[in-house]
Design a protein. Structure first.
Length: 167
């Protein structure tokens, strides 16, 4: 008889517990709805800007968007000597487009983080490329600025072709 009495008591406790929980639901919903604007404000005011800064700190879209053909041509480059004519031809096409779109300064700014003076050199190279009709582009670029003869310059351009910075 004691077993059935215990079961009945347990069932009554469970029913009471469930009833109390049901009765407390509207109060919990009201408390949550009052706190929701504060939580939204905190997310918008603090979390979103921090996430934006983190993403823009490592994002590297400039080189990919301004020099796409050059980066494709640089994939076959061994990294030891000055690239061949195909890379310079791709650079000339990209810089002509950058001159038209006024985006040469963007890639110049990004490359200037690693090579001092690169922004002004990219701007002058884009002006020069806009005036070029035919090749050989390699000779014209090398004649215009000795920077283009350095494999380090091309290594920096190739490295900055990644979507994210290597840092």
């Amino acid at each position: 008889m004691a077993v059935s009495l215990t079961k009945t008591t347990d069932i009554e406790r469970i029913r009471t517990f469930v009833a109390v929980r049901r009765a407390a639901r509207p109060a919990r919903r009201a408390a949550f709805s009052l706190a929701l604007p504060l939580v939204a404000f905190l997310v918008i005011a603090f979390v979103a800007p921090i996430l934006y800064l983190l993403v823009t700190a490592v994002g590297n879209p400039e080189t990919r968007s301004v020099l796409p053909q050059t980066l494709v041509a640089l994939q076959a480059w061994d990294g030891k000597d000055v690239p061949d004519e195909a890379v310079f031809a791709a650079l000339a096409v990209d810089l002509k487009q950058a001159k038209q779109d006024s985006t040469a300064a963007l890639v110049g700014k990004r490359l200037n983080y690693e090579i001092s003076g690169m922004r002004s050199r990219m701007l002058s190279a884009s002006r020069m490329a806009a005036g070029l009709d035919t090749g050989p582009y390699r000779d014209k670029f090398l004649e215009a600025d000795p920077l283009w003869a350095s494999p380090d310059t091309w290594t920096v351009i190739k490295r900055n072709g990644a979507s994210w910075t290597p840092y």
